[in-house]
Design a protein around this ligand. Structure first.
Ligand SMILES: [Zn+2]
Length: 608
């Protein structure tokens, strides 16, 4: 009997302790998962896992206690049974011997049947007590087992409930991930055929600067017939005479007295059709034109000519628009318009920087922010040393005027200039009176009243100025400017000559991506003509390093080209860069008397 009972009990307790150790592993892995999630940036899910692990730990210790109690009890039961059985069997032996002795001694008194009967009775009573014992053990086991089971069920129920109620982030996260996956799949399905088309039919084409490059052998001009899908409901293919000339696609109408449609290719995108190799699309700013060519070769030719023509116009524009003529000039206008549109879409630029009025149309070119017409008036009153106001639509802005606006924007600017504004309700609204606006704008710009100020020493500010210039960090520069840091002070360390200012440093480090740093410093520093120990101004540096964009920006900020340095590098290098064809006398004339007008033309195109 013990042989059966003991392994059974062992099995039961073993499986329970197995369960406990599994639970421990489970908690461990949940903690690991939590750490992983945290390091992957999914803090919501991570902390949910962590809470779950904590919760499971709380459940673990009572369960451990229960299991150890159960195994102790099982052991006790086992020992009891063994002892009892030993005692019983000994007693039986003893009684047997006693009976035998009695039988031997008084053989006539006790019959064999009687002894057998007695033995049988003894055996039965032992069996009965054993049976009762086993029933007791069974009851204990059942009770314990059911209790444990119920606890486990409760445990898993609470797990379930916990997950549902305490981890809404997880389900939200899952939804987000699924949505993202769905979008990515859609995108992939859209992209796949395009890539295949390119590989299959137009192997020579490559994408460069987001432009489709055409096969150069087809040139930049072409005329002939194309089928254009009508824009009405019937979607008919209509045969139209088309021509590409000077970056324009002209589409004739069926009725000869109606003027043809002219599309500026600079603002259009050419796209080969995915389904039909004889078709292509031309996407303008407000419409998509579907074209069908006679055959595939014709289609390739048209696509190439359209792309080449656009490419040519772009490179003419990049050349500085020097060639003149209608085409390139309007291209520059288109580019300016495109940049202006970009600026309007920047964060915060849909509202006036000061009063929040919608669709602000005025630009502060030295601060890079947009204001409404009322606020722009107060900006003008403050003077050009604070804010230089131009109209986005009325003034013919050069691309250089947009340089700072393209890199600052109302939101980023206000995060600095209004950092300490206690409540947004202190700002004027679009319905505020002029006096209220004026109070606020003077406090904001002249007194820089709402700027957060650290307790920075003069040397810390100087170091900050150097770092901000070096790392091309426009917002750090604005913060320093707002803290009234002297932007023209000599920096702590120099690259070439002692006494270099942030402006000198900006010239030395300038490339196409960092010109706005130079522009901000040139327009907002107190002395654009600060000289190094060798007498070089930032303008000298620009000339010495052949940085014509820097020269233009500095002249626009009224840098003086007549200052001499100690090595007799005067303004001659400036002349060499800017006007290789003009005589020195002409240049003096331009730079002095006609500077204002000339600058306007000079900056109509500006390389970015
Ligand atoms: Zn305003």
């Amino acid at each position: 009997c013990t042989q059966v009972l003991h392994p059974l009990l062992r099995l039961c307790t073993d499986s329970l302790s197995d369960h406990v150790s599994h639970l421990e592993q489970y908690i461990n892995s949940m903690e690991k998962l939590s750490v992983n999630c945290h390091s992957n940036g999914e803090t919501e899910v991570g902390s949910a896992f962590f809470r779950l692990a904590d919760f499971s730990k709380e459940l673990l210790s009572p369960m451990k206690n229960q299991v150890s109690r159960l195994s102790d009890e099982a052991l006790n039961v086992c020992v009891c049974v063994c002892v009892c059985m030993c005692v019983c069997s000994k007693q039986v032996e003893k009684e047997k011997r006693e009976l035998a002795r009695q039988y031997g001694m008084v053989r006539s008194e006790v019959s064999g049947g009687e002894i057998a009967e007695e033995l049988e009775k003894e055996r039965r009573s032992f069996q009965l007590s054993m049976c009762e014992y086993l029933i007791k053990v069974n009851e204990i086991k059942t009770k314990r087992g059911v209790d444990l089971l119920q606890n486990l069920i409760k445990h898993y129920h609470s797990h379930n409930k916990y997950e549902l109620t305490h981890t809404p982030g997880a389900s939200g996260c899952q939804l987000r991930q699924e949505e993202e996956k769905r979008q990515l799949c859609v995108l992939r399905d859209q992209l796949r055929p395009v890539v295949h088309t390119d590989q299959d039919s137009l192997p020579k084409q490559v994408y460069s600067m987001h432009q489709l490059l055409g096969d150069k052998q087809y040139g930049t001009e072409r005329s002939g017939f194309l089928y254009k899908k009508s824009d009405g409901l019937r979607k008919m293919w209509q045969k139209r005479k088309c021509s590409v000339h000077n970056c324009y696609l002209t589409i004739a109408h069926a009725t000869p007295n109606k003027p043809p449609t002219r599309l500026n290719l600079l603002t259009c995108q050419v796209k080969p059709s995915v389904e039909d190799k004889k078709c292509f699309d031309l996407i303008s700013h407000n419409r998509t034109y579907h074209f069908l060519a006679e055959d595939e070769a014709e289609c390739v030719a048209w696509i190439s000519v359209l792309s080449n023509s656009k490419q040519e116009a772009l490179s003419v524009a990049l050349d500085g628009g020097r060639k003149g003529g209608g085409g390139p000039e309007s291209s520059v206008e288109d580019l300016t318009r495109a940049i202006t549109d970009d600026i309007r879409r920047m964060p915060g630029n849909n509202n006036c920087c000061d009063c929040g009025a919608p669709d602000p149309g005025w630009l502060s070119t030295n601060l890079g922010i947009l204001t409404c017409i009322e606020c722009s008036g107060i900006h003008r009153e403050m003077g050009v040393h604070v804010s230089r106001i131009q109209s986005l639509s009325l003034d013919s802005l050069g691309t250089s005027d947009l340089l700072l606006a393209r890199n600052v924007g109302n939101s980023g600017f206000n995060e600095i200039l209004e950092a300490n504004l206690l409540s947004p309700s202190l700002k004027p609204s679009q319905h505020s009176h002029m006096a209220e606006r004026k109070d606020f704008i003077l406090s904001k710009y002249q007194d820089v009243h709402f700027v957060r100020r650290g307790h920075n020493s003069a040397s810390a500010l100087r170091l900050g100025l150097q770092e901000a210039t070096k790392s091309c960090d426009i917002y750090s520069l604005i913060q320093l400017y707002a803290q009234k840091t002297e932007l023209s002070q000599p920096l702590h360390a120099h690259i070439q000559e002692k006494g270099e200012t942030a402006l000198h440093l900006a010239v030395l480090l300038a490339d196409r991506t960092s010109l706005h740093i130079l522009d901000f410093l040139a327009q907002n520093c107190s002395n654009v003509d600060a000289q190094t120990s060798a007498g070089n101004t930032a303008l000298h540096y620009s000339c010495l390093h052949n940085k014509s964009d820097c020269v233009k920006l500095l002249l626009r900020a009224r840098a003086n080209p007549h200052i001499s340095n100690t090595h007799t590098h005067t303004h001659t290098p400036i002349i060499n860069i800017l006007y290789p064809t003009l005589s020195a006398a002409e240049i003096f004339f331009h730079l002095s008397s006609k500077r204002e007008k000339h600058c306007k033309n000079m900056f109509s195109w500006f390389s970015w």
